[in-house]
Design a protein around this ligand. Structure first.
Ligand code: ZN
Ligand code: ZN
Length: 336
């Protein structure tokens, strides 16, 4: 038997830590065993915790943002070794469908993502496919490495607005964790002037520090202000209305937020003036490698973004803290 601990959402709103004994199982071919170190908490986890997610409901083990150390590899695994520091891609894609074959496993259906349909990462030992392991440099601290998943989301978002012309004059609506990460990622990857729209003054100040040229509260943009690209990280009806109204002819709107229902768009002006509207959802494997590279060479600094770290025994406090508006990224430390 082996003993490990895990975070468990027992019922809507209830978080606990539990220790379980499991028979020591042999690794399936193509898999590795990992010792998870840091788990990031994100808004979608809180959604699951409160019973508001469409299909992932308590009781379950949550977690999809993880840094880990590889502790065992199946004999047929190459490219991943015991002792490697790694990030685990939580998308357990089928690998054979049209989307997977096209290199877009984020579009595999149904989405089989750790912490939602697949077993969550909030545990001290886990077995994952080697194909989902992204090895990081040995000197990259494991807490920073846990930020690779939200950063991969931002890197992917940038790939949805690849034309430098669309990045000349950008509006980012919403400066929560992902909005702030996008601002910094835009600065790293190259962008012109960045304006952020966000109601919280502290987050506006942080957006400025991370590279935004201007940060305004909703309603503060002057009447004719227009942007070559708009990233809507909120995806509510008012923010989408603002995004589609503010984008220039031929410009692009990226829906990065998760809308909780249908939204209206002004189709006549979108059609007549070739304004593009695209979505961005999770990431593809290459986005993780870009994220790890930026974290490793210091271009992307997590200092202002990781606001709290809690030990596993205080997981409940960690999830409460993640709900506080003045936290950005809260981590749970799964191993010492
Ligand atoms: Zn997340
Ligand atoms: Zn697939």
């Amino acid at each position: 038997m082996t003993t490990h601990s895990r975070v468990l959402f027992t019922a809507p709103g209830r978080v606990t830590t539990e220790t379980v004994d499991e028979p020591a199982a042999q690794l399936p071919p193509g898999h590795v065993r990992i010792a998870p170190h840091y788990l990031g908490i994100c808004g979608s986890d809180l959604h699951v915790l409160h019973g508001g997610h469409p299909f992932a409901r308590p009781p379950l083990v949550p977690g999809h943002e993880l840094s880990a150390v590889v502790t065992e590899t199946a004999p047929d695994v190459a490219g991943v070794a015991v002792g490697d520091r790694a990030v685990i891609d939580p998308i357990m894609a089928c690998g054979t469908c049209r989307a997977c074959r096209a290199g877009r496993p984020n579009l595999c259906e149904p989405p089989n993502v750790a912490g939602f349909r697949a077993p969550g990462f909030g545990r001290t030992s886990h077995v994952v496919p080697a194909a989902n392991v992204h090895v990081a440099p040995a000197d990259l601290p494991l807490d920073r490495l846990a930020f690779a998943e939200p950063l991969a989301c931002a890197v992917h978002c940038l790939s949805r607005i690849p034309d430098p012309a669309d990045r000349e004059e950008l509006l980012v609506i919403g400066a929560g964790t992902i909005g702030l990460t996008i601002v910094r990622a835009l600065r790293v990857a190259g962008a012109g002037r960045i304006t952020v729209q966000e109601p919280d003054p502290a987050k506006r100040a942080l957006a400025r520090r991370l590279g935004a040229d201007a940060a305004v509260a909703p309603g503060e943009l002057p009447d004719g202000a227009a942007f070559t690209g708009v990233i809507d990280v909120v995806a509510a009806q008012p923010t989408l209305a603002e995004a589609t109204a503010r984008v220039v002819p031929g410009g692009r709107v990226v829906v990065m937020g998760v809308p909780n229902g249908p939204r209206e768009v002004p189709l006549p002006s979108m059609q007549r003036f070739e304004r593009d509207l695209v979505g961005s959802a999770m990431y593809v494997p290459a986005d993780f490698d870009t994220a790890i590279g930026w974290l490793a060479d210091g271009r992307f600094d997590t200092e202002d973004l990781i606001t709290d770290t809690f030990p596993l025994r205080d997981a409940e406090a960690a999830y409460r803290r993640a709900e506080a508006p003045d936290s950005i990224k809260v981590l749970v430390r799964l191993a010492d």
